[in-house]
Design a protein. Sequence first.
Length: 175
Amino acid sequence: MDLREFETFPAHKMLEGDPENFVIDYDGLAKIVKVSHRLDIQQSGEEYFCQGKVDAVVLIECSRCLKLFEKQLHEKTDFIVCSMPDEEEKENIQDSEDYAYFTGSDIQVDITDITRQAIILAVSMKSLCNDNCLGLCQFCGTNLNDSTCNCKRETIDPRWEGLKNLTGIVTEKKD
């Protein structure tokens, strides 16, 4: 992102990213198909405060049936762009803001990592291809969304075997 293109602030910028530039090492996330980052930028002295929203289409693995499916993700971002601090200034930075740094008077900054982190945060812990996904058969591995299998699904934990013989509720009579 090149901040020299803006003459006045607040400014707005829509960035389209090349999915090939994003290396995402995250379980279940197979590929980024499309990514864009909308930003609202405000300048205060030498710092640029950026708030935005990442929109991405990703190829992700279903947690139940393990099939890959496309999913749209949306995540907010909030970061500060400023010049690279020297070592002493780095030690004094104690806030929890995300920073993107530029060097010298070249006010260009790479926000690929900030966008990548937003995509990872937007992925749910259990992504499902649909709410009614049946998953895989625990015995033969057949995808139950595509076909059925002939596996006997009647397994009872041996610790609960005694409960199988109970048929009614036993109540105590008081005379």
